[in-house]
Design a protein around this ligand. Structure first.
Ligand code: CTP
Ligand code: CA
Length: 221
């Protein structure tokens, strides 16, 4: 028997999720990346699928299996992620969990950069990547509910409130990566919105994901 609509509250909804890091090439053998494992985003995608949603997961390079019932689109760079997100719209809710690289190399070298023997280091110029979340919030195809994530090492709630305003998201889900290291199994999430802060208890990432999906289903209902 199918589960009832009470336990599958996202039936008929399209949930768009970004997860993982991005890799920004320096040359054919080197890249800029970060410590995101993708685990929290993948757990949220799995929970959304269990709740009955059609789930599109735009994923940076991670070492994780695709959750059951989830359509996964693999990308490497922030610019590829931006294009894949755009192509996946419209959605009822976007949950932007990816740790998008803030900067990329200004000019990807076509060949491997070599040491020239002089001890001189190559000049690595960086340029800012597009802000996928902020652009989505401004677009005319903005989903009715847009949820951003923020990994912070200090002043977690203040930074989250500032991001909420700056990016135009409905919620920012903040986590303290000083106390709960990136790549770990446990998170303590703070859901920050215009109406205040709900701090979830310290939980395994799949339980945190299930609670967040409950909150999202309530907000869409
Ligand atoms: N984000 C994004 N595109 C970017 C950077 C961030 O979509 N180029 C999204 C992330 O997926 C996350 C939210 O924006 O949902 C906040 O990301 P974060 O890195 O915390 O914010 P930044 O504005 O990049 O600020 P910071 O200087 O703290 O890195
Ligand atoms: Ca950032």
């Amino acid at each position: 028997r199918q589960l009832g609509s009470e336990s599958r509250p996202l039936t008929g909804r399209h949930v768009l999720i970004t997860a993982g890091p991005t890799h920004e090439p320096i040359d054919p053998v080197r890249y800029i990346a970060n410590r995101s494992s993708g685990k929290q985003g993948y757990a949220i995608a799995a929970a959304a699928a269990r709740a009955g949603a059609k789930v599109t997961l735009v994923s940076g390079p991670v070492n994780l299996p695709t959750p059951a019932g989830v359509t996964r689109i693999d990308v490497e760079t922030a610019r590829q992620m931006a294009a894949a997100v755009d192509a996946a719209l419209p959605a009822d809710v976007a949950i932007m969990v990816a740790a998008v690289a803030d900067w990329r190399s200004a000019g990807e070298a076509a060949q491997k950069i070599k040491k020239d023997g002089s001890g001189q280091v190559p000049p690595l110029q960086l340029v800012e990547n597009p802000d996928i979340l902020a652009a989505m919030c401004k677009s005319d195809r903005r989903p009715p509910l847009v949820v951003g994530f923020a990994a912070e090492t200090n002043d977690v709630l203040d930074h989250a409130r500032a991001k909420l305003a700056r990016k135009g998201a409905d919620w920012i889900v903040a986590n303290d990566v000083a106390t709960h290291q990136m790549g770990g199994e446990i998170n303590a999430l703070h859901i920050v919105s215009a109406s205040g802060v709900e701090s979830l208890p310290e939980l395994p990432k799949d339980a945190a994901a299930a609670l967040l999906i409950e909150r999202i289903a309530d907000a869409l209902a």
